[in-house]
Ligand binder design. Sequence first.
Ligand code: GLA
Length: 393
Amino acid sequence: MKNQVLEQFNKIYPDASSPIIIRSPGRINIIGEHADYNEGFVLPAAIDKAIYVAISKRDDDEIHVYAGDYNESHVVHTDAVAISEKHWPNYILGVVDQLQKRSYKIAGFNLVIDGDVPLGAGLSSSAAVECATAFALNELFGLGLTRLEMVQIAQKAEHTFAGVMCGIMDQFASMFGKKDHVIQLDCRSIEYEYVPLELKGYKILLLNTNVKHSLSSSAYNERREQCEQGVAWVREYNKDVLSLRDVTMQMLDDHVLPKDELIYKRCKYVVEEIQRLLQGCKDLQHGDVNALGKKMFRTHEGLSKEYEVSCEELDFLVDAVKDDVDVIGARMMGGGFGGCTINIIKEEAIEGIASRLKPLYKQAFDKDLDYYIASIEDGTSFVTYELSELKSA
Ligand code: GLA
């Protein structure tokens, strides 16, 4: 990937000064879905699929960006950064806009972006782009931002330029990932702990439905509003309640169920998921991967039936492995409406299961099923290269 990005940089900007290269990974999440914006806990990790950004300064105030995935360029003056109809530049420009809003001076730059995080697969390629951009601009212009500040800027860019009112999980995981560890993140206090992911003969297998979750942003924002509505109803009786983190099932039964069954269902899923995660973390610490796996299946049930963010293809893939002794946990992952399922599966069984599922999936949906074994890697970082590599790229 590094060579590919260097090569593209050389080709698109032949006269530019040598770039710095940043790698920012996609993420998985073991458990704790739709918990982040409800101030609950999540258990994500950065993976071996990443976005790469090559960037260097220009002598003027123009921003030139090029995306390898689309073979497309976009140019804008630093005084005129705005949402683009092309869509992909927004994850970069949104970060520039956030920096400018915080009074950081951003001069002109040339940027190439590429990577191997499948787009729209629920692995947070967008957060990876935002984090790579924030890290790159921080370095290029010596802004002195902390990693957490960059995460917050990246998250805000997603709100303003992509219109998704996401929580902090994806950007945090991309930026703070640590090899072979998951991050137990408290999304209220932003305190976090790295927990070693020891799966003892098991691996993390991602099954990609190849359903792009492109219609998901309005539904995502709607879920968030439904959670806020539930909290507002509980708050009428208890002012100490600030988010679903503070809400119990009893409160939901007393104050939300009588008002609206749909909102009740949504909130119930989240309240239970926050508890489930805490138990799941204990399972992991005790090395009880089986117990954790069972909870993943329950999370899927909740996401599918109560939170209603799954889709036929995701349900199909979870159902298809539910009774397989080699798969100890599976569920849809991320925002939903497409993307991947995450499976904890016995290492020797991976090829067999993939070849069993592929034709079944093709027959049911006339779509291809892709699969990846995710390994857990470090978060956003520099990629070093020799000048000779640049010249020969
Ligand atoms: C998306 C969002 C995250 C999180 C997940 C669901 O990936 O970007 O903030 O809410 O959905 O857990």
